[in-house]
Design a protein around this ligand. Structure first.
Ligand SMILES: C[S@@+](CC[C@H](N)C(=O)[O-])C[C@H]1O[C@@H](n2cnc3c(N)ncnc32)[C@H](O)[C@@H]1O
Length: 253
């Protein structure tokens, strides 16, 4: 039986944790967690467990990925029940491959416990189906930043042509460049776009706009929490809620 669990902590709300994640956390001997994991979830761990914050936040590493892999392997080889807790789903922009490879290299068995990813939480928070029938036939989960911290090398024209909904992770800092690339690649400047900060948490904030206006709006309302950007025709459904969301965004400063 596995004693190592790469575990999704979900988007933040502790109630969105899976029962399985809660169960392994309660019996963990060591918990290695990322900085985006809500403290209320970490508090659900076995009180005897050693809790180690490996504190990575979207490219700004406090421990390198190599150090995290080494620690994970060392704790597993010591025979501990290890829960590697990651925000959202471990298999979506979660650097799971490096950790799985490190474990496989030492023939350490492990299990993946999926979590609710940020895009699902954002869809729930906005009450917008990301694959609305007859409007969006696909959903594209893409990164907003490249390996060097700049813009990613997406085929922006192909993404624009797909007509699907784009869920852009880690795109807060590169949003102006992303928007410019999409517009240059043929996206209508009026294409609906929505930024969701802190999805699933009490301080969740929505900025509904268009691909052309979202960068300016975002710059005027600096986000402190993680942000997800949704783009696509499916977002037109937000038209009704725009004044309400904008009002609350402005009120929250
Ligand atoms: C390194 S990625 C990890 C994604 C995670 N594995 C998942 O499945 O959601 C971090 C990015 O996920 C997004 N994110 C994570 N939690 C979020 C939340 N509660 N609200 C909005 N975006 C979130 C942001 O784009 C953030 O920059």
């Amino acid at each position: 039986m596995s004693r190592v669990f790469l575990t999704g902590a979900g988007p933040g709300d502790p109630e969105l944790l899976t029962l399985k994640a809660a169960r392994v956390l309660a019996s963990a001997e060591v918990v290695l967690h990322d900085s985006l994991v809500d403290p209320r979830i970490i508090a659900m761990a076995n009180p005897e467990a050693r809790i180690i914050d490996v504190g990575k936040r979207c490219g700004r590493h406090s421990a390198t990925q190599e150090q995290i892999c080494d620690l994970l392997v060392a704790e597993a080889l010591a025979g501990h029940l290890v829960v590697r807790l990651k925000g959202g789903d471990p298999m979506i922009f979660g650097r799971a491959t490096e950790e799985m490879d490190a474990l496989r290299a030492k023939k350490i068995d492990f299990e993946i416990i999926p979590g609710i990813t940020a895009a699902s939480a954002a869809a729930a928070g906005t009450k917008i189906s990301l694959t609305q029938r007859n409007i969006a036939r696909s959903l594209h989960i893409i990164t907003g930043h490249g390996a060097d911290g700049g813009l990613p090398g997406h085929d922006f024209a192909a993404l624009t042509k797909s007509g699907g909904t784009l869920a852009i992770y880690m795109g807060g800092e590169t949003l102006p460049g992303l928007a410019a690339h999409f517009i240059e690649s043929g996206m209508e400047p009026s294409m609906p776009a929505l930024l969701i900060e802190n999805a699933s948490l009490p301080n969740e904030r929505h900025l509904p706009a268009t691909i052309a206006t979202l960068p300016g709006l975002h710059a005027a309302h600096t986000a402190a929490g993680p942000v997800l950007i949704l783009v696509g025709e499916a977002l037109r459904a937000t038209n009704e809620t725009v004044p309400v969301c904008l009002e609350s965004a402005l009120a929250n400063g």
